[in-house]
Design a protein around this ligand. Structure first.
Ligand code: NAD
Ligand code: IPM
Ligand code: MN
Length: 362
């Protein structure tokens, strides 16, 4: 198969984890007889510095033409001036909106070898295998906003959802739940927020068409607690943009580290293969505290490549091979510092990538 995978390395540890992702996809291409191209495009802080925009038009155009997009991470203290006209994070939002990627899948799978790497008790995390579906192109991220005025007296953001925006993401999550265990939890804050009351009404109506599913509506503050108390009870969780952002950073600690959680963002746009054009990225950020030290965990990025193969390229065997290679390397006791425990061998970002690559060739 020929495929173009547009790469947006970004800032901080973004380029470090992108390098390992490309390393793994290159081995997949070599071992399975594919031809993948990995054109790189500027985005984020580096794009502000070099091109003057967090998402240059040419980068967005290239992503639209690609079969899939891989993104590292963007942002950092250099671009944190609150008065700046553009921010690296704007680039991500513009990319998600520009590709109409309304459904963000964030699977939380706890690798058996990492059960003790979590700060949560082993018995609690052992059963975890859930997917958060985060609405990605609406809500408070995109509603009307007013920056603070010169007196710094007030500012606002608006959590705005339309019924069709809620309906399509709930439908997406319900279809996924149907293909898994049949359990779906819809998260909102319907006891306080008008947009959440609409969310719950629309979700309830949509889910009437999925009578076979076991559906629960959970308030977001309670969900934050349940995810720590008994995460094993959940399978598919669907929520708004902001709630999904927060709950998945929390859920990453069930898996042991932010450095373990991949993501896929999908919409209705198709690629040249007739499959969904997706954006694949680790859920973590640019980690300025460890950038440039070759200590970032590349596995979230590498596992995002498995999702890329499966969802945008239709390469199930290759996706499974990547996941199995990660399992094998972890089973050998190799760890990056964020998931290290006594008795394990600590390696750099690049060596972790090399070991996964070697496991793929074995
Ligand atoms: P972060 O995710 O970058 O880091 C949070 C903590 O997790 C840090 O201690 C970091 O060292 C650790 N961590 C993250 N990824 C890791 C990895 N792969 N391996 C090992 N440790 C890892 O969040 P933050 O510090 O709040 O944000 C830093 C910058 O990243 C900000 O500018 C933020 O806006 C941006 N950000 C970008 C994205 C993205 O590009 N998708 C996502 C989140 C945050
Ligand atoms: C994420 C990030 C982004 C988000 C930021 C950097 C815009 O935290 O992808 O989880 O909030 O969506
Ligand atoms: Mn986030």
């Amino acid at each position: 198969m020929n495929a173009t995978i547009a790469c947006l390395p970004g800032d901080g540890i973004g380029p470090e984890v992108t390098r390992e992702a490309v390393k793994i996809l290159s081995v997949i291409a070599e071992v399975h007889g594919h031809a993948f191209g990995f054109p790189e495009h500027p985005m984020g802080g580096i794009a502000i510095d070099t091109v003057g925009s967090s998402l240059p038009d040419a980068s967005l155009a290239a992503c639209r033409e690609a079969d899939a997009v891989f993104m590292g991470a963007v942002g950092g203290p250099k671009w944190d001036d609150p008065n700046a006209a553009d921010r690296p994070e704007n680039g991500i939002l513009a990319l998600r909106k520009g590709l109409e990627l309304f459904a963000n899948l964030r699977p939380v799978r706890v690798q058996p070898q990492l059960v003790d790497a979590s700060t949560i008790k082993a018995d609690v995390v052992r059963q975890v295998d859930l997917v958060v579906i985060r609405e990605l192109t609406g809500g408070i991220y995109f509603g009307p906003r007013q920056e603070a005025d010169a007196e710094e007296s007030s500012a606002y953001d608006t959590m705005l959802y339309s019924a069709p925006e809620i309906e399509r993401v709930v439908r997406f999550a319900a279809d996924l739940a149907r293909s898994r265990s049949g359990r779906l939890a819809s998260v909102d804050k319907a006891n306080v927020l008008a947009s959440s009351r609409l969310w719950r009404r629309v979700a309830t109506r949509v889910l009437e068409g999925y009578a076979d599913l076991d559906v629960d509506h959970v308030l977001v503050d309670a969900m934050a607690m349940h995810l720590i108390r008994s995460p094993g009870q959940y399978d598919v969780i669907v929520c708004s943009n902001l709630f999904g952002d927060i709950l998945t950073d929390e859920a990453s600690m069930l898996a042991g580290s932010m450095g373990m959680l991949p993501s896929a963002s999908l919409g209705e746009r198709l690629n040249s293969l007739g499959r969904p054009l997706g954006l694949y990225e680790p859920i973590h950020g640019s980690a300025p505290d460890i950038a440039g030290q070759d200590r970032a965990n590349p596995l979230a990025g590498i596992l995002s490549c498995a999702l890329l193969c499966r969802l945008s390229l239709g390469l199930d065997r290759e996706a499974a091979a990547i996941e199995a290679a990660v399992d094998r390397v972890l089973a050998e006791g190799v760890r990056t510092p964020d998931i290290a425990e006594t008795g394990t061998e600590v390696v750099t970002t690049a060596v972790m990538g090399d070991l996964v690559a070697a496991a793929l060739r074995a």
